[in-house]
Design a protein around this ligand. Structure first.
Ligand code: 5GP
Length: 131
């Protein structure tokens, strides 16, 4: 059965897309730690990030770097933090989270409750800065 992220990439489940190319897809996390919390995934479904081929692994990180640059422009912050967990969704992905202090990247903290309108605004602001 395809992962929830494969179903998002296929358009079967809606997402707030921020960037896409032939091999990779970036979209807002539905339970964000901060405004702009983005997930970057390979279209090729592989559970564990270290099982990606060298080419896919490098490509995913280079794509994430471009998304992070757009994110930083759209959501001013001190830096973009990155994390890879994969404890919930078995489809490799990189979390990109705009932070101003260490505590802003806390997977145990209560998540933000953002309206659909705000999520759409954020996604569109990031997408407009993606190069
Ligand atoms: P992890 O697998 O890295 O531990 O966490 C998976 C992340 O995916 C979580 O931050 C969770 O909020 C996010 N997530 C899970 N299901 C969905 C979904 O259907 N849509 C979106 N946009 N994000 C999701």
């Amino acid at each position: 059965m395809p992962s929830i992220f494969s179903r998002i990439i296929a358009g079967e489940i809606p997402s707030y897309k921020v960037a896409e190319d032939e091999h990779f897809y970036a979209f807002l996390d539905i339970n964000p730690m901060a405004e702009g919390h983005t997930l970057v995934v390979p279209k090729h479904e592989v559970d564990y990030i270290f099982d990606l081929s060298d080419e896919e692994y490098a490509g995913l990180h280079l794509f994430a770097k471009r998304v992070a640059a757009a994110l930083e422009k759209a959501m001013p912050c001190k830096r973009i933090a990155t994390a890879v967990l994969g404890m919930e969704v078995p489809h490799a992905h990189i979390h990109l989270v705009p932070i101003n202090k260490e505590d802003d990247m806390n997977f145990r903290a209560p998540k933000l409750q953002l309206s659909a309108e705000r999520l759409a605004q954020i996604a569109s602001a990031i997408a407009s800065k993606f190069e």
